[in-house]
Write a protein that binds this ligand. Structure first.
Ligand SMILES: [Zn+2]
Length: 541
């Protein structure tokens, strides 16, 4: 006897095999039977004409910074995501050490806007403790498979110190990492584009990776450069994977800025060769030609090397400000200003902190500069000071040819690189990246149905089985008897993203039902209020 039966759906199981029409019987949160089933008056979902797929597994996400505001994770569950790998790009809330607490707040200034009251509570000894606390007794809409951030660990041990860590400092970092892995986290992430991860040499990364390898975790690797230095940085990632033996995941693969367009072929060849040679490396990609980052990326490295708060202080000095603006307009050999890579017109402000500047959200830096009657560099610096550097921006920097090339690769894993937000409440603010709402429906609608660049079964495999296998999720990622009933049911004829860069806070269409551990969280496109999602532990079913 089943608790729930899904009838007459087109079952696409996640392996890449062709779908077939059938039923799925669910009992105690798990898939009990697949085939032609007798529902025997049990509750039934009529899935006729709909695709029944494993729930989508978002291998690269950041909702650990928003679920404590809204545990429903609306923008994610409504695109069919049933498990998120959180804690990417080096950024996590914890672990925090008392001596470097202020450094951590600086490090996270671009990631999370905290009130003084929240700051006072922001002191978890481990990421595992932080997640337990935000999970509470209530849970979330979807499951979390958390990583711990290299940047947070590094800031916690050595602040923004640029020097190579001495062996006892390295041991402290390894100790914090080990404590998290002992608590069941799934691995480590780094964000080498950002201070202080930027100061790490390859040897430090290899040592950390070896610790992750001991536990069978993954190392999620945000490259130092995704533009001019892309090939060099892919080589570094491959070296870390080779010398440590870790399972390495290159984050949001792309070739940013026009002079580098076309480089996707080169880097995919490098990755293929490495895999051929037995190196454990994979990569993820989101289906958009713009990336999201802090506006702080436009500032010369020397002025931000002690963190965002210190930078804002420095910028208040006239002579420093003049030098910064001059260098932004004429960057030297050792620094590539993203504004020159993509153009001031193509950098759009997503989110600002102060009420006074909110009129600029959604505008390009060029438009804001015109409005202020100043140069784009001057406008950027003015905003940096007024907003205390907490400015999110969207950079239109990639080509769709490269994007399609990367997406079509048989091993590409699809991910959002997004955080869960909602059209209502405090998370409904700002011109956030539309990937927060639209990633998976956009792949299924635009790239599978309209452009036909990937067959549906392949696309689903890249959203379910491949990430589950990479992360080591037990009994998830496939429609298979004995597996957890994490299931997304959608209409392949009309599924599509609705969120745009101009109007991002919109749910997609065509995602009809989402089940997490057998419980209906989305029913006929609406949230049921159920919160079956939990923090998962590595190695546990
Ligand atoms: Zn990243």
């Amino acid at each position: 006897m089943f608790d729930l039966v899904i009838k007459n759906g087109e079952i696409i199981d996640g392996t890449g095999k062709q779908g077939f029409v059938g039923d799925i019987g669910i009992k105690d949160g798990k898939i009990k039977a697949i085939g032609k089933l007798d529902a025997q008056d049990r509750p039934t979902i009529d899935a006729e004409g709909l695709v029944v797929s494993p729930g989508f597994i978002d291998i690269h996400s950041h909702s650990d910074f928003t679920l404590f505001v809204n545990r429903r994770g609306e923008s994610k569950i409504r695109q069919g995501i049933t498990t998120e790998v959180t804690g990417n790009c080096g950024f996590t809330a914890a672990p925090v050490t008392e001596e470097h607490f202020d450094d951590l707040i600086q490090y996270l200034a671009n990631t999370v806007i905290l009130s003084d009251e929240e700051k006072a509570k922001w002191k978890w000894p481990s990421q595992a403790d932080f997640l337990q606390e935000i999970q509470g007794d209530e849970g979330f809409s979807f499951n979390l498979a958390p990583l711990v951030g290299h940047g947070t660990i590094k800031v916690g041990v050595m602040g923004f110190d640029k020097s190579k860590p001495a062996s006892e400092v390295m041991d402290r970092m390894l100790g914090l990492l080990q404590a998290e892995m002992d608590r069941g986290l799934f691995g480590l992430s780094t964000g080498l584009q950002y201070e202080p991860c930027l100061y790490s040499d390859t040897q430090e990364l290899i040592e950390l990776a070896k610790k992750v390898k001991e536990y069978g975790g993954i190392f999620s690797f945000h490259l130092e450069s995704e533009s001019e230095g892309l090939v060099r940085c892919i080589s570094q990632a491959l070296e870390v994977a080779e010398k440590s033996g870790v399972s390495l995941q290159i984050s949001h693969l792309k070739a940013a800025f026009r002079p580098n367009w076309g480089m996707s072929t080169t880097v995919l060849d490098m990755i293929d060769d490495a895999k051929q040679a037995g190196i454990n490396v994979d990569f993820d990609v989101y289906p958009y030609v713009a990336y999201g980052s802090g506006l702080i990326d436009l500032m010369p490295p020397w002025v931000r090397e002690q963190g965002a708060g210190k930078m804002v202080e420095l910028l208040k000095d006239d002579s420093i400000r003049t030098r910064v603006i001059r260098e932004m307009d004429n960057p030297g050999e050792d620094w590539e200003n993203p504004a020159h890579g993509c153009g001031w017109d193509n950098i759009r402000i997503a989110m600002l902190k102060t009420e006074a500047n909110r009129k600029y959200e959604g505008m390009s830096v060029q438009q804001i500069a015109d409005h202020m009657g100043s140069s784009p560099a001057e406008a950027t610096v003015k905003l940096m000071i007024e907003e205390e550097a907490a400015i999110k921006a969207i950079y239109f920097a990639m080509s769709e040819e490269d994007l399609i090339n990367i997406m079509k690769h048989p091993d590409a894993i699809f991910a959002t690189d997004g955080r869960a937000v909602a059209p209502y409440g405090p998370l409904g603010r700002g011109s956030v990246h539309p990937r927060y709402y639209g990633t998976y429906p956009r792949i299924l609608g635009r790239y599978v149905r309209e452009k036909q660049i990937i067959p549906l079964e392949e696309a689903i495999k890249k959203m379910t089985y491949l990430p589950a296998k990479k992360v080591g999720l037990k009994q998830r990622g496939l429609l298979k008897e004995g597996y957890w009933a994490d299931i997304t049911i959608f209409d392949k004829h009309n599924v599509i993203d609705v969120a745009t860069f101009d109007n991002p806070h919109q749910y997609p269409v065509g995602i009809e039902y989402v089940l997490v551990s057998g419980q209906l969280v989305i029913e006929k496109g609406e949230h049921t209020g159920k919160l079956p999602g939990r923090v998962l532990k590595r190695g546990q079913a």
